[in-house]
Design a protein around this ligand. Sequence first.
Ligand code: PLP
Length: 456
Amino acid sequence: MQTGSNSTARWKASDTRHHLHPFTDYKALAEEGGSRIITHAEGVHLTDSEGHRILDAMAGLWCVNVGYGRRELAQAAFDQMQELPYYNTFFKTATPPSIELAERLTALAPEGLNHVFFGSSGSEANDTIVRMVRHYWALEGKPEKQVFISREHAYHGSTMASASLGGQAAMHGQGGLPLPGFEHVMPPYWFDYGDTLSPEAFGEAAARAVEDKILAIGPEKVAAFIGEPIQGAGGVIIPPESYWPEVARICRQYDVLLIVDEVITGFGRTGHWFASEHYGLKPDIMPLAKGITSGYLPLSAVMVGDRVADTLVREGGEFFHGFTYSGHPVCCAVALANLDIIKREGLIEKVQNETGPYLAERLRDLSDHSIVGEVRSLGLVGAVELCADKANRTHFDPVGKAGVICRDHCIGSGVVLRAVRDAMVISPPLIFEKAHIDEAVETLRRSLDLTAQDMG
Ligand code: PLP
């Protein structure tokens, strides 16, 4: 493909004229002269149309777990496309890759998650869950159990139902969201909500907020609680260790299903196959996407526990739900090859024993910086919280400005990090080496210095 200044100018102009991007301010993008065009990637590096080589410390959108340029995944797709490029899984048909992947996923997932419903995205997975859970409670003779409880700053997708599950105020400000039947509670975000409590005491308080909400709605009306083990797109909010055991206990006490959204945290990100292992969680339902194919093809999976699946099977009656691409054979074949790579290369052990602890150590070094209020990480996902006043955990005004400035300095220096409000977020490919972590953290430190100057 032709690259260089001519094609870059043409692409930028055409992109701005015709292409409406996700989560983008179209006016601002046009004024800035268009997008950065990524033309190639290999390992942990991106190349743009102007020839810049950029370290991708975000694994695309938290998804390219095995890194770029894996011929093995391309081969798996090529072979499957020749054998059977498409067939659906409706109407009592299946394909070998969809069957094999369902079996592999149930073997990897936390205990009891023995059934899989496939989709193409995390949003579809969470929409599926809303319909499946309400259907389940109806079959159980409790059709009034309809309400989903989630957290502020949660991200569960962009469709009407998954955005309602999410707790993103900006998203709720458009399109009449959240839909009725979706309630939100305080997240376990000590830096912002913890006030004078210790993190552990705050974790318990945040769990109590779930219980208070269940009681306010009435347990007989609450279908499920949904949470990301670590709230990724909300700013890598890592709950105090006291939080999850208490939330799980509360869900059991009030017969509320526990849905653990592992779309980001699955497939090695936290140094486990799933973060549920770290927190000792036994979800009733667990949506997966992103790292399932390392982003090479779109695929998601709803892992469904025996409790829900047994009722669906026992009671019978059609579940009127599904997607043309549910269980797409090529996507499933690529997922199987991707799981092989994660296992064969010991990527989970590498994150747990080597790069995860090293990232934590290097991020800790940034704690002394004048505008760093907190650093947090688990495995290869972390955040550096920028603030105006460290002692009081006071944000810059307006919130978000320092984050964008810092992010732009990072990418200007050849490293992709993301800013969520004023949290600088890192979530690199699991093949990141210590030297890549050094490069990312050192670039971030220089960018923090520049941001501190810019913020005056
Ligand atoms: N759930 C979580 C936790 C996510 O982070 C995301 C996307 O970032 C989604 C669901 C939605 O996934 P998708 O963008 O594939 O629809």
